[in-house]
Design a protein around this ligand. Structure first.
Ligand code: HEM
Length: 401
């Protein structure tokens, strides 16, 4: 079966409510579940919005994540060109992808991440002490959300923490759809320079951190080159920082908007793990991060995505699909069987998901417990959202207490 020749819609589609998928996704799911879209790069691609189709697509071995393919549906020219040059493993296929993923997996197991809880808690407390001591009003995104996500990654990798602002700038440029290839390359070049120095140091003097482990287990035996290691560390930082920052900040705004949900969490702290997964589902901040190319003709919902065409898995579309989730717009911390796809699905499913959950749990629980008077310092209508970033989030959030 082939596809109707409707005029492609412009993509990405903006969110109306920051705590939900764009309204148009509901229409897409019912009327045009495999929709032709035009990207900001002027390339065309397909956008898949139903839960079953998204999971089928992301687990289909006939689908490629290789950014070098001509129709790869990057949302910005900068990402497409720089990606083809630096080849982050998130944008590669097996067997190359498998090799890099296997390098990271042992570091991110449930057991190892669980063992990180005291260190994450200590870091979060320290950051909150600093924010409270400095006094409000303050920008919550930089003072807390970004500080937590960046410090935890720095701690894991073994990067000195004075680089907090530097990482924020790198991710802002490399994650923006409006950045040029030169801007992305320059930002990544700065990051790789810093990481290269650390790799050289750890070669001489290994420590108990991820960079040392990768150097000892993979670089020194010759399984990877320094450039390959740099690219793997770079994508781990980029993939893990902005997403977690956005989730902490947006979740906090949602809880400030909805005091009854905050009260529920205060009454019963054991709800926190389920609440985090529900927030991940509802907010779906990584909505259009899974970008693919069909390596062969692929059929979804009775439509054909022709071989070599780009295709985007709309995670927010899937996570708000009423066929899968009862009353999907409801934020329900008691939801059972919450098999959301906020971390993607299939072979590229988020490597850092256990760590992300841990960070969110600790960051939100600590905030609710220690700063019960937290409130917005500015006008709610003036809160600025990031619509042009690979990850949906907040530009800034002025708070006081
Ligand atoms: C709430 C926070 C996070 C969200 C929503 C998120 C979301 C995602 C998604 C949707 C993908 C799949 C992309 C695709 O299929 O193309 C992914 C992949 C990835 N994520 Fe995350 N992520 C988060 C946190 C983290 C953290 C904390 C780390 C590491 C410290 C991390 C590291 C990675 C890596 C390395 C990949 C690539 C995996 C692969 O290609 O095999 N992420 N993430």
């Amino acid at each position: 079966m082939s596809t109707p020749a409707s005029t492609p819609r412009d993509f990405p589609i903006r969110r109306g409510c920051p705590f939900a998928a764009p309204e148009e996704y509901a229409t897409l799911r019912t009327e045009d579940p495999v929709a032709r879209v035009t990207l900001p790069t002027k390339r065309e691609a397909w956008a898949v919005s139903r839960y079953d189709d998204v999971r089928e697509l992301l687990s289909d071995p006939r689908v490629s994540a290789d950014i070098r393919r001509p129709n790869f549906p990057a949302l910005g020219e900068g990402e497409q060109e720089a990606g083809a040059r630096f080849r982050p493993f998130i944008r590669t296929d097996a067997p190359e992808h498998t090799r890099y993923r296997r390098m990271l997996l042992p570091v991110f197991t449930v057991r190892r991440v669980r063992a990180m809880r005291p260190a994450v808690q200590a870091r979060v407390d320290e950051i909150l002490d600093g924010m409270l001591a400095a006094g409000g009003p303050t920008d919550f995104v930089s003072a807390y959300a970004n500080a937590v996500s960046t410090s935890v990654i720095c701690e894991l990798l073994g990067i000195p923490r004075e680089n907090l602002e530097f990482f924020r700038d790198v991710t802002r440029v490399s994650g923006s759809r409006t950045s040029t290839a030169e801007q992305v390359s320059e930002a990544l070049g700065g990051l790789f320079g810093l990481l290269a120095e650390l790799i050289a140091e750890r070669r001489e003097e290994p420590r108990d951190d991820l960079i040392s482990k990768l150097v000892t287990d993979h670089l020194l035996p010759g399984h990877v080159t320094t450039d390959q290691l740099l690219s793997t560390l770079g994508i781990t930082i980029n993939a893990g920082r902005e997403t977690t920052t956005s989730m902490i900040a947006l979740s906090t705004l949602l809880l400030l908007d909805r005091p009854e949900l905050t009260a529920e969490l205060r009454r019963d702290a054991s709800l926190m793990p389920a609440a985090v997964d529900e927030l991940l589902r509802v907010l779906s901040v990584a909505d259009s991060i899974p970008l693919r190319v069909a390596a062969e003709d692929i059929e979804l919902s009775g439509r054909t995505v022709p071989a070599d065409d780009g295709v985007i898995a709309l995670l927010a579309g899937a996570n708000h699909d009423p066929e899968q989730f009862d009353d999907p717009e409801k934020v329900d911390f008691h939801r059972t069987d919450n098999h959301h796809v906020a971390f993607g699905y299939g072979v590229h499913q988020c490597v850092g998901q256990h760590l992300a959950r841990l960070e969110l749990e600790v960051a939100l629980e600590t905030l609710l417990r220690r700063v019960p008077t937290l409130r917005l310092a500015g006008d709610r209508d003036q809160v600025a959202f990031k619509h042009d970033s690979a990850t949906f989030g907040l530009e800034e959030l002025l708070v006081t207490w």
